[in-house]
Design a protein around this ligand. Structure first.
Ligand code: FES
Length: 97
């Protein structure tokens, strides 16, 4: 049996990638050639991998308030290295906005 996988549309690229339920969005994006996502510490510490989820359900691990404020969280911002998909998603890379 395969693991659950979701489709992730990345705005600003014409790509739709696949992200496994237990894979971070950052890992999935990097693995599938999304080149405009900055990859830093991969552990929530540096804040460079910020994205905004504009459609769909997701969950995140612990994120520092220093990198994603509560207001931003309410607005769909997250660190890609700490975010896991719960449904198909549409995301925007923060530094492309
Ligand atoms: S890569 Fe550093 S916070 Fe995501």
């Amino acid at each position: 049996m395969g693991k659950a996988a979701f489709r992730v549309s990345v705005e600003g690229s014409d790509k739709v990638i696949t992200c496994l339920a237990d894979e971070t969005l950052l890992k999935a994006m990097a693995r599938q050639g999304i080149s405009n996502i900055p990859v830093g510490c991969r552990n929530g510490g540096c804040g460079v991998c910020k994205i905004r989820v504009t459609k769909g359900e997701y969950e995140t691990g612990k994120m520092s308030i220093k990198h994603v404020t509560q207001v931003e969280r309410d607005d769909g911002y997250a660190l890609a290295c700490k975010a896991f998909p719960k449904s198909d998603l549409t995301v925007t890379v923060k530094n492309e906005e």
